[in-house]
Structures are given as C-alpha cells and as structure tokens.
Design a protein around this ligand. Structure first.
Ligand code: C6P
Length: 418
C-alpha cells in the first residue's frame, strides 16, 4: 500500500499544527475524510439536492434514488441480505438508542436482563441504563480478564434465561480488544437472547458480515469510516425490524395519521422519522467505495504493522515508564493503543504531544465503567489509520520519551529545591 499516495487524498493532512506537520493519531474518535467523500457531498448539494420520498418531481426522485443507492452500498458493506434491513441514523449512539427504546416498548419487561460488558462505550451502556431507570430491567456487566479480554466464564455465569439482550462491542475503543462475536451470538441465542453488536470501532477496519457474525442488530458510525459526521447505520434482522415499534415519530415514518389512530410505514422508513442526512449517506457510500478501492487486506496489514510498531517501540524505549493496556497478542487487538506514562497525567501527555503537532486523545474515552475496572482515572490513546506512516509512530514515541525525560527532570529539580 502506497501510504504517501493515500495521504494526498486527505487534504487536511497537509496542514500544520503548532508549527509542526500534523500527525493525526485520533482516528478512533473520528477519521479524516478523503477528497472523494467531500466532493460526493458537495456534488449532491450542487446538483441533486431535494427532499427525499416526498416529491413527485424529477429532482426529488433523483435525490431519493441517490439515498437508496447509498443504502444498497451500506448493505453490501455489511453483507446484509436486504437493503431494507439498513436504517440510516446519525451514528452508533442513535442506533443503539433506537434498539433499546424499541425493544423496551416491545420485548423487555420488568426484571428481564440485558447483559453488556465492562468494556463498552457509554453508547452501549446508558441506553440500557435508561431502560433500567424507567422500565425496571436488570442490567448486568460481563467482566474482563487481566489482559483486557472478555471473561467468558463470567458471561456464562450471568447469561441466564431472564436474559433477553446481549449488547457487546466488536472492538473496544480503549483496549482494542477484538471480541469473539460469533461465539457470543451462539451463547446469547442458546438462552433465546438477541445479540446487539456495536461495530463503531470495527467497521473502519474491515468489511462486516452481519449474518456470519450471527448478529441480530449491528450499528456503526460513518464518521469513523472516512465518511461524514452525522450519518451512520443500524442493521437489523428483517423479521425483528418488521415487528418492532418505532422509537421516534414524525414525517416519513407513517402510513396514515388520523386524530384517533396512526399506522406506520414499513422498515426502514418506520425508523427514519424526519428529513434524513441524504448528503451524508451519499458521502458514506463514497467512503466505503474508497476503502474498498484501497483494499481491506492492505489496510489491515498496514494498520497491524503500525499497532505492533507502537507497542514494541513503546516498550523498548520506555520500559517501565509506560503501561500499555489491552491484549498483547497482535491478532487480539485492533484500532487503538491506550497507555499511561508513569508520573504524568494523561491530559499532560496529550497536551505536550499537541505542542509537537501530534493529536492523541486523553481522558475516560466515554468508558467510565472500564476506567473504574482498570483502576485508572484516565488514559492516553493513539489510534492510527490507513493514512498514518511508520515515521509518525516514531514521532509519537520520540515525543513520549521526551515527556518522560522532562517530567523526570522536573521532579529532580523539585527534589533539589525542597
Ligand atoms: N467513540 C472515541 O473516541 P458515535 O459518537 O455515535 O459516532 O459513536 C459512539 C461510539 C460507540 N461505540 C464505540 C465503541 C465507540 O468508540 C464510539 C465512539 C469515540 O472512542 C468518541 S467518544
């Protein structure tokens, strides 16, 4: 894979930050966008902008066709049996909220269990907590082992006949742990529970096979997969979507509305109340085309080289001064490397790296239960993507070595002064 050529497709990578070339290592928060995505959105607004599904005039039909073609594109990416199983939403958060709200109205009764895990993003915890607060469901969390992998024995202990939903991330946004989704699907289905998969951190790195995974629902965000912000998708099994009530009401999701009654459109329209983000869907479609053109295999092998280099160089050059979290085996980790430097607050690490033009995320990463489980208040996280180079990883490590030296020096000065 020719990374230098790929970098030219991403206009933002040519800018500088604090007087240094930009080194963007926060793609797990949001990816950068190639020109083809920017121009696909622009072209939509310049040439076919009209509201969808409403108009009988040609322009509106063209806009609707573009929207539905984007749905077909996402369905192909997900290997979904039918495009009508793909619901366009703002992203993973909105998708999981839809599932929780709708299942809360249809399936989940007081005392039923939803099983999630301690490694989830808040988007796959809080929607279920809302059902606990307002619907009286029981919410349980599967633990992790010392390497940051799911504790499957704990899952078996907590997965009982009361369990109606298992909600799990495919890849942790903090640990990078890759969860065994197919195995989890089989275990969930053995007690009659549905499996909801959060693919926010896996979709950017591989095509998804919703049927092969055994998922009942799967959600991802366009903005992490080179697409625009404000667009993402929920895939759901056709029979489930058919029987589920809508989560939101408004235009376009109805069949008939009268003062005394309402009936709903078929899925996916039933779940897409209001004017959708059509340009976003068109941009997402262009992003998936771009990723496919580059080639998933090439992307994955490039990324695993970058991740391995990050972990190895961090350990070689920083030794005991760094603790890297998550599974050590390369195949068990994807997307992110989270770490702590001894004696330096993660926010200071991110801020000092920013002085060198290097963007990494620091904080609880919207995973506070995981931070509590790990016994840390915060972590620093680097998340490379297809446009990052090995040289950038070396700059990151150089930066960390300098930060450790600076803080060690500061402490020595403080000791002398006291
Ligand atoms: N994680 C991160 O820096 P939205 O915001 O809806 O596009 O995605 C939410 C979400 C859900 N699940 C996982 C596993 C995620 O990582 C995210 C987003 C970003 O880690 C922003 S907090």
């Amino acid at each position: 894979m020719d990374v230098e050529r790929i970098r030219k497709d991403f206009p933002i990578l040519a800018r500088s930050q604090n007087g240094h070339p930009l080194v963007y290592l926060d793609s797990a928060a949001t990816s950068q966008k190639p020109s083809v995505v920017l121009s696909a959105e622009e072209r939509f607004y310049e040439t076919i902008n009209a509201n969808v599904r409403r108009g009988v005039y040609g322009l509106s039909v063209e806009a609707t066709d573009a929207y539905e073609a984007a749905r077909e594109r996402v369905a192909r990416f997900l290997h979904a049996p039918r495009a009508s199983e793909v619901v366009f939403l703002r992203g993973t958060t909105e998708a999981i909220n839809l599932v929780a709200t709708s299942l809360g109205r249809m399936l989940l009764k007081k005392g039923d269990r939803v099983l999630t895990t301690v490694m989830e993003h808040h988007s796959n915890i809080v929607p279920w907590q809302l059902l606990r607060e307002f619907g009286g469901i029981d919410l349980a969390f599967v633990d992790i082992d010392d390497h940051g992998r799911l504790d499957l024995a704990d899952l078996d202990r907590k997965l009982d006949r009361k369990t109606k939903v298992v909600a799990v991330t495919q890849v942790s946004n903090v640990l990078g742990t890759v969860n065994p989704i197919r195995e989890l699907a089989d275990r969930a289905h053995s007690v009659g529970a549905l499996l909801v998969v959060d693919a926010a951190q896996s979709a950017p790195h591989q095509p998804i096979d919703v049927v092969g995974l055994g998922a009942d629902f799967l959600a991802f965000s366009g903005h992490k997969t080179l697409g625009p912000m404000g667009i993402g998708a929920l895939w759901g099994r056709a029979d489930l979507l058919r029987s589920m009530p809508p989560a939101q009401g408004g235009g376009e999701m109805i069949r008939e509305v009268h003062q005394d009654r309402v009936s709903f459109a078929e899925a996916p329209a039933k779940f897409e109340a209001g004017t959708p983000n059509v340009a976003g869907a068109v941009g997402l479609s262009a992003a998936l085309d771009y990723l496919e053109r580059v080639g998933w295999e090439s992307i994955r092998s490039h990324e695993s080289r970058l991740l391995a280099r990050t972990v190895r160089a961090a350990q070689d050059r920083l030794g005991d001064d760094i603790t890297v979290f998550g599974p050590e085996t390369p195949g068990e980790r994807e997307a992110v490397v989270s770490f702590r430097l001894k004696g330096v607050h993660p926010h200071d690490v991110a801020s000092l790296l920013d002085d060198r033009g290097i963007c990494v995320r620091a904080g609880h990463h919207c995973a506070q239960p995981l931070m509590e489980r790990l016994g840390v208040p915060a972590l620093t996280r680097a998340s490379p993507y297809l446009y990052n180079t090995e040289g950038e990883i070396d700059q990151l490590i150089d930066g960390l070595v300098a930060i450790v030296a600076k803080f060690r020096g500061d402490r020595a000065v403080a000791r002398v002064a006291s």
